[in-house]
Design a protein around this ligand. Sequence first.
Ligand code: NDP
Length: 329
Amino acid sequence: MKWALIGASNIASQWMVDAIRASGDDIVAVVSGDQTRASAFAAKHEIPHAFDNENALEKLGIEAVYISNTNEKHEAAVLRAAAAGQHVLCEKPLATEFQAAVRMAKACDDAGVVMVTNHHLRHNAGHRAMRAQVAAGQLGRLSSVRLSHSVYLPKPIQGWRLTDRAAGGGVVLDIAVHNADSLAFILGEYPTHVCAMTSNTGMASELEDNAMSIWRFASGVTAFTHQGFNTPFAETHLQIHGDAGSLHATGVLSQAPGGVVALSNVDGRTELPLDSDNLYQRVVKNMHAAIAGQPHVNADGWAGVRSLAVAHAVLRSAESGQTVEVTYG
Ligand code: NDP
């Protein structure tokens, strides 16, 4: 498949160029808002074409785009790609505005192209193992979840995330969307209500760099979730508790493969076997399956819409001081 990259971003450079090529696909062009940056990115990654606008893609036979510019720019890029009949892999959060995300998913449906939201975490082996344990009833009746996804934002990407709400800055839009998708993948449901508090601990300017919230699900499960940019020494973890067992995972909320998942029950504590598949390569592989009309486990466009709805509910709750209903539209 022939790809164009929309956005000369860090994530494209660090992970997605290799992930796309690993499935045998070609990256034909990169588009940036700045020609010099596009050309430098193309030279670094040996991409034949570099442009400062997407119109230049027209005659290149592009079949799919990977969109990783800042979040307020995703919508225009998705709508253009859908109109051109190109499949879409779009970064999270899909957009800053909820209705923009809805328009994006709908445009791809209407155009008959596959849309994937790059919620990579559900491809971590730990997530897949936990989903299988929950689905097999190993935990009995589920009661609660504790998810700690507080990290330290690495220096090279301490830009718009800390300063620019219009670009989708703040820890909630950046990380809570991932947590919503992870829990939806593992539990098979999205929260109905959210109660949240956020704070600025001095790392971000006028945006939240720390957020804690409690999510309630229709099944009765409650989840405590912690998102942070500001904890250099924290470890991430995810625990799922039921009346017949608990799952304890560490290191499964990460870009790199790895982590440990253990099941505790009346028989004691058993570590589950995990593979070390590259998460982003699995996204691209599953996108190929989706394009071929085969079953796949990617987050589609509507999954990206729903994860954004949860993040917006977290922000609304924190702002209002009230428990709020998540509005999925
Ligand atoms: P970057 O800040 O690296 O890139 C975003 C945009 O910023 C680029 O597309 C580029 O615009 C512009 N930019 C990059 N470098 C410079 C520079 N030196 N000077 C001026 N502008 C620059 O963002 P990330 O890679 O961190 O994130 C991009 C997207 O990917 C976001 O949507 C983010 O939420 C998502 N993301 C997803 C992850 C995942 O695991 N799914 C992980 C990390 C990010 P232009 O294209 O115009 O050149």
